[in-house]
Design a protein around this ligand. Structure first.
Ligand code: GAR
Length: 231
């Protein structure tokens, strides 16, 4: 759909979240205009996915730059040429400098594979298993200079099952990522979701806590007492 909100998507690898966004757009469910997909790594699948949907795919290889600031400056220059109203981090695995984040402070969304504020950073599934949590999940949040610390917008959780491995748990969470990320991007594109660098709002109301994906409630196990009654 041309004429939607102009967005640029930053990726680093597989690109299944990008695919979910592209698919939502193809279905007519996401009123955005994909101006470009930019990867900091050459040869990744995400670039092929962009190509397949006719979206311009570009590489800015971070290894070609001496430091983070030089890479971020090149990235910002390229992004600005596309004039996006939203930057979407879809599995983008580089830490960004504060200067870069400030530049896009009210218009950058990230998806993180944990129920923030739990498990910021890397290896979230492994750490969730080690911690023995009962539920794990994913969070869409606005990006601020605090790593994975910006206001959480939307969260989906899944049960952790006995016998789960990092892989099985990651796969269960990923399915939910593919649902909530297009939803949050849609809210932003519709002007329902906003951020002023401090406060995130949905339909004008301050988001003191993330919205919980209604799917969570459907797969919630019944409380002990009612389970007894049903049995
Ligand atoms: C996703 O699980 C995403 O949440 C995570 O990387 C994966 C990318 O998968 N992002 C982060 O860890 C960001 N710190 P994808 O390339 O298939 O979308």
């Amino acid at each position: 759909m041309k004429g939607g909100l102009p967005i640029v998507v930053l990726v680093s690898g597989r690109g299944t979240n990008l695919e979910a966004l592209l698919a939502a757009h193809a279905r007519g469910d996401l009123p955005v205009d994909f101006r470009a997909v930019i990867s900091n790594r050459p040869g990744v699948t995400a670039l092929d996915r962009a190509d397949a949907h006719g979206v311009a795919a570009q590489v800015i290889d971070h290894k070609a730059y001496g430091d983070r600031a030089a890479f971020d400056a090149a990235l910002a220059e390229t992004i600005d040429r596309h004039g996006p109203a939203l930057i979407v981090l879809a599995g983008f695995m580089r830490i960004l400098t504060d200067g870069f984040i400030e530049r896009y402070r009210d218009r950058m969304l990230n998806i993180h594979p944990s129920l923030l504020p739990d498990f910021r950073g890397l290896h979230t599934h492994r750490r969730a298993l080690e911690a023995g949590v009962e539920r794990h999940g994913a969070t869409v949040h606005f990006v601020t200079p605090e790593l994975d610390g910006g206001p959480a917008v939307l969260q989906a959780s899944v049960p952790v099952r006995a016998g789960d491995t990092e892989e099985t748990l990651a796969a269960r969470v990923l399915e939910r990522e593919h649902r909530i990320f297009p939803l949050a991007v849609r809210w932003f594109a519709q002007g329902r979701l906003t951020f002023d660098g401090r406060t995130a709002r949905l339909d004008g109301a301050k988001l003191a806590a993330p919205i919980i994906d209604p799917h969570d409630i459907e797969d919630e196990p019944l409380p002990e007492e009612s389970r007894d009654r049903v049995d």
